[in-house]
Design a binder for this molecule. Structure first.
Ligand SMILES: C[S@@+](CC[C@H](N)C(=O)[O-])C[C@H]1O[C@@H](n2cnc3c(N)ncnc32)[C@H](O)[C@@H]1O
Length: 365
């Protein structure tokens, strides 16, 4: 026990406590009669300590590690997701602090309310609450998705978030690994299971269809997640992004002229062929209407001023992922080009378009 405590960086008392409450029990005995940890016990201890570090209470952890639907790989995926969430949150906090430092350097005092937002629990409300406000079902895209679901009666929505695009007239089950997102699902939304796409806790062919909207690029292993969707459902519908053609950089003025760092986010991203192969289906382009109501990254292609709005940016993970420096530079350059008329000059052709091809795709199998 002493050796395990030392390796794990916890006290022997802590291990005794976990043993007493049945959280992690050393299941072997040494020749001298002492309790000893087997490989499975150590694996469980590792999961317990990781969840503990993420701030979960012991009772919650017991439910998590006893979850019969999650194996070791499932736990690793879940932990990875939680850590990424924490990292994004820390990055957003750094941005908020940078902003306050800048304001103070210019002699501007922030309001007490703003100061609390930076350090307190409200920070997540600032990021999180932007989500339901600007990310909502875009009816023209929803029509395409729902048509692709065909006559499916039972539908699994993977990476469901707050429930956008869930068809109102079918029997929907949602899957969402983030507790923050689950907590924001409106009253009356479809029942939601805490799980990851890569390890869906359902039998083969449990659903008529499985759908995933604007989520695949968040998954640690998109191909594994898509295969899981294929396994649990007879039909698969995925709304995602084609990063595989070299033209992506030129397709959208925002990434071409202001945010080349977007390229870094696509590293390791599977090609459209890999994704369609994983579900055994085909891809159809989805044009983005000029007045798209779902505030995803490309939504404001003909309304460039929207990208100057912090609320609009905070509801899109791209902005947090590129980091505060790139974000600030892109926004300031765009602001200057809009003021000088340079943006309008360069993008004159867009103003005549009602919808644009920006690489969004519907995968159907
Ligand atoms: C941009 S949101 C989209 C939510 C919703 N589908 C929509 O269209 O509004 C991406 C969602 O993917 C979820 N997600 C991240 N990793 C995931 C994984 N491995 N499996 C399933 N969902 C995941 C996030 O927690 C988040 O709710």
């Amino acid at each position: 026990m002493g050796r395990v405590a030392e390796l794990a960086g916890v006290s022997v008392r802590t291990l005794h406590h976990y043993d007493e409450i049945g959280l992690v029990r050393p299941s072997a005995r040494t020749a001298a009669g002492y309790r000893a940890y087997l490989a499975d016990d150590v694996e469980r201890l590792r999961e317990v300590l990781a969840y503990r570090r993420l701030g979960f209470g012991l009772r919650e952890i017991a439910d998590l590690v006893d979850d019969p639907a999650a194996d070791a790989v499932g736990h690793l995926h879940r932990l990875r997701g939680l850590l990424l969430e924490q990292r994004d949150r820390a990055a957003a906090m750094v941005t908020a602090i940078d902003r306050e430092l800048e304001a103070r350097a210019m002699g501007i005092r922030t309001t007490p309310e703003d100061q609390l937002k930076v350090f307190g629990a409200q920070l997540y409300e600032v990021i999180g609450s932007a989500y339901p406000a600007t990310r909502r079902t875009e009816s023209r895209i929803a029509e395409r998705i729902w048509a692709a679901l065909g006559d499916a009666r039972t539908v699994l929505n993977v990476g469901a978030g707050t429930g956008s695009y869930e068809p109102p007239d079918r029997d929907v089950t949602a899957v969402e690994p983030s507790a923050v997102m689950r907590a924001q699902r409106p009253d009356g939304a479809a029942p939601c299971v805490a799980a990851s796409a890569e390890s869906l806790p359902f039998e083969d062919r449990s659903f008529d269809a499985a759908m995933a909207v604007s989520t695949v690029h968040h998954w640690p292993d998109p191909v594994a997640g898509l295969r899981e969707m294929r396994r649990v459902a007879r039909r698969v519908v995925v709304f995602t992004y084609d990063a595989s053609t070299t033209g992506w950089r030129d397709r959208f003025w925002l990434t071409r002229d202001y945010l080349p760092e977007f390229a870094d986010l696509l590293a390791g991203w599977p090609s459209l062929t890999d994704m369609t192969r994983a579900i055994g289906g085909r891809a159809e382009p989805v044009l983005v209407p000029w007045d798209c109501t779902d505030g995803f990254f490309e939504a404001h292609w003909r309304r460039p001023e929207a990208y100057l709005d912090e609320q609009v940016r905070r509801a899109v993970s791209v902005w947090t992922r590129v980091g505060p420096r790139a974000e600030r530079r892109a926004v300031e350059r765009l602001r200057a080009d809009l003021a000088s008329g340079r943006w309008a000059e360069r993008n004159r052709d867009l103003l005549d378009l009602d919808a644009a091809e920006l690489g969004l795709r519907l995968l159907i199998a």
